[in-house]
Structure formats: structure tokens, C-alpha cells
Ligand binder design. Structure first.
Ligand code: AMP
Length: 462
């Protein structure tokens, strides 16, 4: 399998280390409910990990929780509660949302507030090695000391410097220098060799990953907005602290979920929370939307995108329901060897193409399109399939859908419709074709379709 590494712009082979792959993905800042933009990123990594675990390698999936942050402190002030209480509440809500979306592949969630010792240790190393300096406001990483700063986000540093607003800390040596430790008078804080304060954002993640993975690991993920300054600064901190390069082998960045052209975000107040979405739609609807786009491409979320995901799911569900009908009604003929070999070949090709698409930079839309190819290939010969062939096709599709936590619900025919269909069948058997036709039209008007197949009448939704 190969994944496009955002740092080098090249597809890099995902190795299968003996002890398993180490993956870290930036978790949420917990001051509000998570929205479907967050879900986009976390569904991608959940599906990615599940694919790796099923076909490739063991994975240790680590995610931090940013529970110390300016936004948390400011929201807590507005609500007149402590930042700790606010963060704890929304950390819990985040886990509940992930559960509702069947995102259950993370081995360890690491809230930053539990790693203050590790954070302070890393800051001390950076100070000792002269990559950091202390001012009256905090401890800062000196960007000029790290020559590769800007490589990940391909930034022109002098332009950036120029564009930066005058910083409040006039003692900073360079506008690009970023805080490792912020000295504060607020109640949220910890004692440290540099006085009362709290960590900067970037150091939270490298302290956590160093604790669990050491100074180097396999894959680091997050959405594209985190490239700069967050991930850029993580590289600078960790490579400077350890002297080891590269910090990670592959940088994997997801595209945004947009709404009316803007990134869905808490700050723009243009978001749909995960739980709001799930009131009217299913987790599979959301997973279908996410996975029918390449993980690096933006998704322009709107009603049509949602409708199209539902339509795709319906197509798969209709097909699976038809296969079940074939399984129950297939004529017990001596198995046609030629047909059987043909189906086997089609399924082999389907599975290979599916995996090939995922192995090439986790191309989920291409992989999903293989399901529709299979449906198109199988549809013309559905009524000639043996029971075993129908079961094999259904099992093969379900294997991949389950991997992506896309649940299909077989089409349920209401009793009233089933009775109408029985009546129609009786009329047909009695050669009363006019009433039989009337019943067919009535069934259609009620949203169902009756197909007269060589295996008998088959009811489906219109
Ligand atoms: P935050 O809570 O803003 O720190 O975001 C948590 C994670 O979700 C980060 O990896 C973000 O980049 C990602 N994220 C936030 N908004 C979106 C969005 N609209 N589309 C895709 N990913 C997002």
C-alpha cells in the first residue's frame, strides 16, 4: 500500500513493522459539540485503520484530546464554569459522537492535561539544547534554529514574518517563534521551572507521541489546516529535541468538509453537529458521503451530496435484497459449472480491484465504484444464479461494507403490500389479468414494484 506523503509530495510505501504501525491523529479541541467536518477526518482515519488491520498490519492508533486551550478558557468564562469542567463535558460528548458513528479503532485517547510532566520534560530538553528561550511571558521555540521550518507547508518564511501582526510579547526574537510554555495568572495552570502557566498547543502532541511511540513513528494524520503552523512546529520540536530525522515517515492530510464554499468550523458558526445530522440520517449516510470522496479532496456538503449518498446506499440495499430473494428461490438445478467459474472470476476481480484502489493512496471512491461495477455485471444474470453464487456475491460485498462500517438494511416490504402482491398473484393464476394489472398499479402507487422473474414475483421498492 502506498500513501501520498504531504511533506515530500510522493507516494510512500506503508511498511508493515513487526510490532505494528504507529499512527497518531490530532484529536479535537473540546469546547463544543463536534460537527460533521470533524467527522469527515475521523471517519477517514477509522476506515484507513480498519483496512490496514484487516489486510495489512497491526496498528496502534493514538489520538490526543486538546483539553487545554485559549478557546476552552474563553468559552468557560462565557458560561461561568471552570475550563476543566467544560473540557471534560465535551470530551465525553466527543466519545459519544464517535461511538454513534462506529468510530472505534482508536487504541488510546490522550488528553493533554494528563501529560504535563512529559510536556515540561520536552521543553527542558529544547531549552538545554538551545532551541528554545525564556521571556517574561513564556518559553518559545526559536524557529531560526531549525533550518527545515516551512518545508511541510511550503511557506515563504520572510513573507510570513512580514504578515505577522505585532506580537504581544515584544521579547520574542522572531515573530515566527511559537510558545512552548505560556506564563499566566489564570487558575488553569501548573507549576513549572518557568513559573505558573500552561503548555503551548504544538508541544502537547509531540510530548504525547514521544511517550507512546518514541521520537520517530510511521504516520501522522490530521486535516489540511493543521499543516501550518501545527504540524510544521511539531516537526521542529521533535527533530530538535531528539536530533533524529524524520520525525514521521508519512504525513497524511485530509481535505475539508465545506459548506457553501467555506470550511465547516465552529468559529464560522456554519456547522451541523454530528448529533444533529444523526437525528435525521444514519451513520452509514455520513460514512458513504465521506468515503465516496477521496480523502484529500474537499467535500462540498449540501442536500444533493446527502441525497446521492442515500441513493447509492439504496442501490446496494436493493441489490442485496434481490440476492437474498435469489438465495431463497434459486431453482435447485445441478450447478452450472461454467456459470460458477465465471462468478468466481468476477468476484476475484472485484476483490482485487477493490484492494488495489485502497492500496493506491486509499482511493475509497474508486473502491466503492467497484461495488457498483459488480452490481452492473451481476444484474443481467441474477435469475440464473445458484444459491451458492448469490451467497458468495453477497458475502463479498458485505465484507468490504462492514470494513467501512457501512450498514445495509435489507428492504422491508410492509404486510399490506405483500398481501396485495399475493392477491395479484392469485388473479394471475386465475387468468384474471385486468384486476391483476390494477393491483400492480396500486402497489406501484404505494411506492413498491413487483417484478415477475423466472423465480417468481419479486417485490422491491420503486
Ligand atoms: P479542532 O477541534 O478544530 O481542533 O479539529 C479537530 C480535527 O478535525 C482536526 O484534524 C481538524 O483539522 C479537523 N477538522 C476540523 N474542521 C474540519 C472540516 N471542516 N473538514 C475536515 N476536517 C476538519
Amino acid at each position: 500500500m502506498r500513501i501520498l506523503d504531504t511533506l515530500n509530495g510522493k507516494k510512500i510505501a506503508v511498511k508493515k513493522p513487526k510490532n505494528g504501525l504507529k499512527l497518531f491523529v490530532c484529536g479535537p479541541t473540546v469546547y463544543d459539540y463536534s460537527h460533521i467536518g470533524h467527522a469527515r477526518t475521523y471517519v477517514v482515519f477509522d476506515s484507513f485503520v480498519k483496512y490496514l488491520r484487516f489486510f495489512k498490519s497491526k496498528v496502534f492508533y493514538l489520538q490526543n484530546i486538546t483539553d487545554i486551550d485559549d478557546k476552552i478558557i474563553s468559552r468557560a468564562k462565557d458560561r461561568n464554569i471552570s475550563p476543566e469542567k467544560l473540557a471534560k463535558q465535551f470530551e465525553k460528548e466527543y466519545y459519544a459522537d464517535m461511538k454513534a458513528l462506529d468510530i472505534n479503532s482508536v487504541n488510546k485517547y490522550a488528553p493533554a492535561s494528563k501529560y504535563i510532566k512529559e510536556i515540561q520534560r520536552q521543553i527542558s530538553v529544547l531549552l538545554e539544547k538551545n532551541f528554545a528561550y525564556e521571556t517574561k511571558n513564556g518559553v518559545y521555540f526559536q524557529v531560526k534554529k531549525f533550518t527545515n521550518y516551512g518545508n511541510l507547508s511550503k511557506q515563504n518564511l520572510s513573507e510570513l514574518r512580514h504578515g505577522y501582526r505585532i506580537e504581544q510579547d515584544k521579547q520574542k526574537k522572531d515573530p515566527l517563534d511559537f510558545a512552548l510554555w505560556k506564563k499566566t495568572n489564570e487558575s488553569v495552570g501548573w507549576g513549572s521551572p518557568w513559573g505558573w502557566g500552561r503548555p503551548g498547543w504544538h508541544i502537547e502532541d509531540t510530548a504525547i507521541t514521544e511517550k507512546y511511540f518514541g521520537p520517530q513513528y510511521d504516520i501522522h494524520g490530521g486535516a489540511i489546516d493543521l499543516k501550518f503552523p501545527h504540524h510544521e512546529s511539531e516537526i521542529a520540536q521533535q527533530e530538535s529535541a531528539s536530533g533524529k530525522k524524520p520525525f514521521v515517515k508519512i504525513w497524511m492530510h485530509t481535505g475539508f468538509l465545506l459548506i457553501k464554499g467555506d470550511k465547516m468550523s465552529k468559529s464560522l458558526n456554519n456547522f451541523i453537529t454530528i448529533r444533529e445530522f444523526l437525528k435525521k440520517n444514519s451513520s452509514s449516510d455520513l460514512r458513504m458521503i465521506v468515503l465516496s470522496h477521496h480523502y484529500r479532496s474537499p467535500i462540498n456538503y449540501n442536500d444533493e451530496v446527502l441525497a446521492s449518498a442515500k441513493k447509492s446506499l439504496n442501490t446496494i440495499e436493493d441489490f442485496i435484497t434481490t440476492l437474498k430473494f435469489v438465495e431463497l428461490n434459486a431453482i435447485n438445478k445441478t450447478e452450472n459449472k461454467k456459470n460458477r467459474t465465471n462468478t468466481k472470476k468476477i468476484l476475484e476481480k472485484f476483490e482485487n480491484n477493490f484492494k488495489r484502489a485502497l492500496d493506491d493512496d486509499f482511493n475509497t471512491p474508486k473502491a466503492l465504484s467497484e461495488i457498483f461495477n459488480l452490481i452492473n455485471q451481476a444484474n443481467p444474470k441474477l435469475w440464473t444464479l445458484s444459491k451458492k453464487e448469490a451467497v458468495d456475491i453477497r458475502t463479498s460485498i458485505n465484507k468490504f461494507l462492514r470494513l467501512f462500517e457501512i450498514n445495509t438494511v435489507p428492504v422491508k416490504i410492509p404486510l399490506k403490500i405483500a398481501k396485495l402482491a399475493q392477491e395479484r398473484q392469485l388473479s394471475r393464476q386465475n387468468k384474471q389479468f385486468v384486476p391483476a394489472d390494477r393491483l400492480r398499479i396500486k402497489i406501484e402507487r404505494l411506492g413498491y414494484l413487483i417484478k415477475d422473474t423466472p423465480l417468481g414475483p419479486f417485490l422491491t421498492r420503486r
